[in-house]
Design a protein around this ligand. Sequence first.
Ligand SMILES: [Zn+2]
Length: 170
Amino acid sequence: MVLSHLHHDHADGLPDLVGAPVFVSAAHWAAFGRPLQAALQGAVPAQWPVGFVPHILEPIGPPVGPWNKSYPITEDGRVVAVDTPGHVPGHISLLVRSDDATYLAAGDLTYDQDLLDAEITDGVNDDPHEAVESLRKVKEYARQVPLVVLPAHDPHAAHRLENAEVFVPS
Ligand SMILES: [Zn+2]
């Protein structure tokens, strides 16, 4: 399980994932790793499994598109995470390279693809400038490879996933 971040609506199901390794970025755990810090930033650590400590992802992978580093997930390099901060510190998105397209599990990078295209950030941002930079990087990458963008809260994400519908930035 690779978590974009630990906000309550992304991490409250952790107790159901018994035995599954859970990964977050080092930068995110630095910001959310203490219960008070996490609670002040929109997480509910009381919902996490007792003694929860995630596996920490370090940005030790090679450049990917506009990102000058990446977080290797699988040995074959087909699954990597990249930095998409702004919503919260250390927010990451997951790239899954398939034969037909690359799929971006984008967490809370954006609420939906139209807002991404318009470079409009969502209402809750730790760093609005970083958030816009993250949106621009995803758009740049979408100009380089066929990219299916799957934000966590986008009502059309399931349809795009099913149909491998790529994002064409304006
Ligand atoms: Zn969030």
